[in-house]
Design a protein around this ligand. Structure first.
Ligand SMILES: [Zn+2]
Length: 408
């Protein structure tokens, strides 16, 4: 049976290209990216799914007054299996990011270009590749009239590029009952070109803006002012101690430990002979999930108080962004084991579970206690001009999805 599914997927490359051509031609940009949402693309999709034979399309529209139709569309279809109590879900996103500077593109970003194995256009990799792989599997099952052992669920969500509030986060809040605890969930939206990285865990993330206020004066009479660059420098050096304080490590991650890096600095004074009365810098922290971000922030604030006493400045911390990591998906969970086994079988490589330094959409489901793998075979083309996707990878990933579905 798998042989027939694999053969069908391999023979469906015209379908792959045609699907990509249609999807690329309908830009789906969220309002925060200057667009009117995903409705047009979702409507096209509904028609396409119906034409393939799906009769029951589940619509989970998230209200959004910032788009003209008033909602952001989230769709799901289920192809019933022999056991209808378990579903293998493949979740892809409909929205794209803007093409950016058009002069960097060799052709119209919304017109698919095909060159051998490589297709080019906005969205072809992020996230059409995963979406098309999942559709190739569904079409194979429908065309061959094969009932899988468990349900195959395809989900197409909105708003992944601007926070998922109207996408997977909305579904997790309002439609969580669509998932059951023993479902297998794959999000084909992270990976590298060997296909070996299987994402199962995340670090927490915290970005801080640190404002150091002192007193500006002429640099020749520093005793009349309070030099904030000196105080800020002392504070930056103190924050290096965070590496020792929060020193847990986990070999899933690269690097295996938390990171606390001073990064951007705002301009202060415009001339050399003025002592700066205000300095503002930023810290990017990627922190092991088991540490409480409030506690880390308190440690920062304690260091700030020490610097206030040493240098006579005032130090404030503003949180620019923070995301406490979701609990990781267990390495032993069925979706992780099945995905790794399937990748190895299709690509003959050495797949392994990994953690990443920032949030993915999997977090919304992991917080609900659902095991999720984020994996695809990708060439780091997301958000790039002349974004490309490989036909061979799309076909290979569809086979991996077929194996996960049929071997369980
Ligand atoms: Zn994406």
């Amino acid at each position: 049976m798998l042989d027939r599914i694999f053969a069908h997927i391999e023979a469906s490359q015209d379908y792959l290209v045609e699907l990509q051509r249609q999807l690329v031609a309908i830009p789906a940009l969220g309002p925060r990216n200057g667009g009117d949402g995903e409705k047009e693309k979702a409507d096209w999709f509904k028609g396409h799914l119906t034409s393939l034979g799906f009769t029951d399309i589940i619509e989970m529209n998230a209200p959004d007054s910032d788009v003209s139709c008033g909602y952001r569309p989230n769709l799901a279809v289920i192809l019933p299996g022999i056991d209808t109590t378990q579903t293998f879900w493949i979740i892809s996103h409909l929205d794209i990011v803007p093409p950016g500077d058009l002069s960097l593109w060799n052709a119209n970003p919304y017109e698919l270009q095909v060159n051998g194995d490589i297709i080019t256009g906005r969205g072809v990799e992020d996230n059409h590749q995963g979406l098309v792989s999942s559709m190739m599997l569904a079409k194979a099952l429908l065309d061959l009239d094969i009932t899988p052992s468990m349900n195959l669920g395809l989900m197409f969500v909105a708003d992944e590029e601007t926070g998922s509030h109207k996408g997977l986060s909305y579904i997790a809040k309002h439609h969580a009952d669509i998932f059951s605890e023993n479902d297998l969930i794959l999000v084909p939206d992270f990976g590298e070109s060997s296909g070996e990285l299987v994402e199962i865990a995340e670090k927490s993330m915290m970005w801080l803006r640190v404002i150091v206020d002192g007193k500006q004066c002429h640099a020749s009479t520093p005793e009349q002012g309070v030099n904030t660059l000196v105080a800020a420098s002392d504070l930056i050096m103190k924050t290096r101690k965070l590496y020792d304080i929060y020193d847990n490590s986990n070999s899933l991650f690269c690097p295996a430990h938390s990171t606390f890096e001073a990064t951007m600095k705002e301009a202060n004074v415009a001339n050399i002979n003025t002592l700066p009365g205000r300095d503002v810098f930023y810290v990017d922290c990627r922190i092991m999930a088991e540490y409480d971000l409030d506690e880390v922030l308190e440690t920062f604030q304690g260091m700030g108080r020490e610097v206030e006493q040493s240098w006579g400045v005032r130090v404030r911390f503003e949180t620019v962004q923070r995301e406490q990591a979701a609990p990781p998906t267990e390495e032993e969970s069925p979706i992780v084991q099945a995905t790794i086994k399937a990748i190895k079988a299709v690509y003959g490589n050495a797949p392994r579970p990994v953690g990443v330094g920032g949030g993915t959409v999997a977090a919304f489901l992991r917080r609900k206690g659902l095991p999720v793998v984020v994996w695809a075979t990708l060439d780091h083309q997301a958000h790039q001009p002349n974004e490309t996707s490989s036909i061979a990878h799309t076909v290979g990933d569809a086979k991996v999805m077929a194996l996960v579905l049929m071997n369980n």
